[in-house]
Design a protein around this ligand. Structure first.
Ligand SMILES: [Zn+2]
Length: 434
């Protein structure tokens, strides 16, 4: 048995941290030359060379010579380091009010394939939805190459999720309460034998937008997200606000009118009851439960200049601005992005939102906040779910097995489509042949 002294442990930890920083840099910024990595990560050239060597051995990156024509620092040409296209992948799943989405996403936020099934999830049986997710994911995985390496599953849900085990306490717009979502998914996907992570949709949207979209470069960022309801992913000082158990950010259930309408959460006068999809449809004279079709119809009417539709949007925009002003006062964000439903209606509600924001937010935080829309489009939640699933690999790249000393790629011990095995790299891989 090898016993490591304290110095060895410290050295291993420094090494782990530097591997993590390098892999994360490539994950977020794309290809970089050795010299750029040395500068960006404040490391000397020999350390950079050694770290790259280890990431190559773990099949995470590769090096190629610098293409002609690109600017080149004086001295020896510096090769370009790139993420391998056949690196670890996440199975990302999105449970939305009106659809189920799934995608396989690699490091660097590369969407390899995706699929979406439109159906309302409100009032459904969670176990049945988990079965549908399994079927949808199965058809997605079936189309992947044999070299695909899914190392974890990340799932976005529109509700309050306990971070430690993915227990869903309440998803008001789906009518789900106390669902052991983590356990259900782990059981249903047990053949894949990979870790399963569950996250709140607004938190995951904020994570993706903060890393790759509208919030990039902002340390104090809020992403307001919702399809049926509304929630917020809040980044404070560069860190996501989670709360004691992961439930933070449920801004949709701030009371804005004590005598207002009943909310799906059971309380009265929540912000969500004023700005959610149902309120918007009701104001426009449509069926509040009309879903995506009714919403598309409303937006088309607004585009044609229909006064009832425009008034309904302006009233929702007014309530959106009222709540937003409070968030700006509390968190002093430099950027607020509206996503999901709120990005789609932004052009029609912007004027009303800005009017309330100007009237109600304190002048100093109001003056410095940029109001924008989410930039990652339809993939925002899937990218956020993948980010969550790939976080352990990014934190510690040494969990990815080294290729054999002979140079043979042992990735077949992970999982392939035909031989779905595998799992957590630190465990003995278990092969399942069929
Ligand atoms: Zn509520």
């Amino acid at each position: 048995m090898v016993v490591r002294g304290e110095g060895g442990v410290a050295q291993a930890e420094i090494r782990r941290r530097n591997l993590s920083r390098m892999l994360r840099h490539l994950h977020l910024n794309g290809s970089s030359s050795r010299s750029e990595l040395a500068t960006e990560l404040h490391l000397n050239r020999s350390t950079v060379a050694s770290l790259i060597g280890e990431l190559i051995a773990r099949n995470l990156v590769w090096e190629r010579s610098r293409p002609k024509g690109l600017p080149q620092a004086p001295g020896r040409p510096s090769p370009v380091v790139e993420l391998r296209s056949k690196g670890p992948e996440a199975l990302a799943v999105e449970l939305s009010t009106d659809w189920i989405g799934a995608a396989v996403i690699g490091l660097g936020g590369r969407v390899i394939d995706s699929i979406r099934h439109d159906r309302s999830l409100a009032g459904t049986d969670p176990a049945r939805i988990v079965d549908e997710v399994h079927g949808l994911a199965g058809s997605l995985i079936e189309g992947l190459s044999n070299e695909s390496r899914i190392v974890a599953i990340g799932v976005s849900v529109p509700g309050a999720v306990r971070a430690v085990d993915g227990y869903l306490r309440h998803a008001p717009n789906l009518g789900w309460r106390d669902v052991p979502m983590g356990d259900l998914l782990r059981e249903r996907f047990r053949k894949l034998d990979v870790p399963v992570f569950i996250g709140n949709d607004a938190d995951l949207a904020a994570s993706a937008e903060h890393l790759r979209g509208s919030g990039r470069g902002s340390n104090d960022f809020i992403c307001l997200w919702g399809e049926g309801g509304i929630g917020a992913g809040i980044v404070v000082g560069g860190r996501s606000l989670a709360g004691a158990a992961g439930y933070a950010g449920e801004v949709g259930h701030l009371t804005v009118d004590p005598n207002g309408d009943l909310c799906h959460c059971g309380a009265r006068g929540c912000w969500e009851a004023e700005v959610g999809e149902e309120a918007l449809l009701r104001r426009s004279g449509r069926d509040p439960l009309g879903g995506t079709e009714a919403l598309a119809d409303l937006l088309a009417s607004a585009d044609r200049g229909d006064e009832v539709a425009l008034a309904a949007l302006a009233e929702s925009g007014r309530w959106l601005g009222i709540g937003l002003a409070g968030l700006v006062n509390v968190f002093n964000p430099s950027c607020v992005a509206l996503g999901g439903l709120y990005a789609r209606i932004f052009p029609q509600v912007q004027e009303a939102v800005v009017c309330e924001l100007d009237a109600r937010a304190m002048p100093a935080p109001r003056a410095m906040v940029e109001l924008t829309t989410a930039q990652l489009g339809a993939n925002t939640l899937l990218l956020g779910a993948a980010e969550m699933a790939l976080a352990p690999t990014l934190y510690d790249p040494t969990i990815v097995p080294v290729m054999g000393a002979t140079g043979r790629d042992h990735s077949d011990k992970w999982r392939t489509r035909r031989a779905p095995s595998v799992g957590r790299p630190e465990r003995q891989p278990q092969q399942v042949r069929r």
